[in-house]
Design a protein around this ligand. Sequence first.
Ligand code: ATP
Length: 449
Amino acid sequence: MADNEDTTRRGTMEEIVALCKRRGFIFPSSEIYGGLSSAWDYGPLGVELKNRLERFWWREMTQLHDGIVGLDASILMHPKVWEASGHVESFADLMVEDTVTNERFRWDHLSDEQRESKTSPAGNPLSEPKAFNLMFDTHLGPVKDTGSVVYLRPETAQGIYVNFKNVVQTSRVRIPFGIAQVGKAFRNEIVTKNFVFRTCEFEQMEMQYFVHPSEDEKWFEFWKEQRMSYYSKLGIRPERLRFQQHGPDELAHYAKDAYDIEFEFPFGWRELEGIHNRTDFDLRRHSEFSGKDLRYLDDTNNERYLPYIIETSAGLTRSVLMALSDAYEDQEVGENDRRVVLKFHPEIAPVTVGVFPLVKKDGLSELAQEIERKLRRRFSTFYDQSGAIGRRYRRQDEIGTPFCLTIDYETKENQTVTLRFRDSMEQIRVPVSELSNRLEEEIENYTRS
Ligand code: ATP
């Protein structure tokens, strides 16, 4: 739905951050100590949203796709992994400093004009660009010397590559096949800003698809299309999504072709996910550095080869921000009244059904609780009996609950309840006995209005 300028508008970043704090989605990390720059904690609603996004991705990528299996590799890995991958040598951003304010900038984030004139956004002279490695290092064991250095992984992908042989030998996968993984990654980012968009600790959802080298372009196109359609299944507005191809000077050292899927955040178009043709770079390097033969044997024709890898790499924590900023609407409802509503897809909404007794007395609370207890086995529910019913609806709108049920005197007479829809605010009567199935259907057939 396009924003209607008169009646509905998008949330600003300030509004989204404030709502996240107020309603328990996302808090600043260690806030009672003044917070830690750009680190965030997911509160009761935020963790539900993040977990649901993760499950949606996992189901889409593993359960609903042939030939994709899962993995959960450790964060700390053998330090040689990062030499082989090229991260020790070249996982660096060029950094410059405003020589007056000492503010730091990524060279590639400055405008052409600022780079040419070597001036900061404040108009001050900039220092010479310096390479800055983004990997965090630490030490394994009690002795802190060069021999004990390990890195916090800056991407989850390498855990997949080093397990390629294990997976081939232990599962019945045949090329083409994929390995999916969700997990934490760490980068010592020079500039962290825009809430959870860019942080030093974040989560990635990555799927590495292993293909015959002669078929890389076909699978690259396939995954580009699949990944874009995933976002429409999630209900993200199509006009806020686009592809952006990496130019030859932007391509990573391992990539033959790369596209970003970008989303229009309140602060502009930014990368959400990268789709990369990594060729056989990673497996070749790990073969060389480990001395192990990582070639795949095709038992139909005895061909032995290093597969090419098509990578789809999305940020989970960044997707949380995408979901929040796509869902947030400040909407006029009736004359002189407005509401804030998060129009999440029901599959990712932290609460699916709000259940309310119209009043606390005359046995309506007990009846509502009984209905809520039955529904909670299949849905995430929230019971609320305090305040006027209109207020209770608004509180659920603000956290994105797609359906609310009100139990009233009629329920006692004819076993029906009011089902109220978040997006349209329409209300209908539904028999209690049909509630579960009706809600399942509504979730299945949901389109945002
Ligand atoms: P950028 O150019 O923005 O630094 P990148 O191109 O290095 O990002 P990738 O290495 O392709 O990013 O990582 C894949 C995905 O992981 C990104 O599309 C993004 O969603 C997520 N991601 C990467 N870095 C961060 C970060 N610092 N904070 C949150 N998410 C991140």
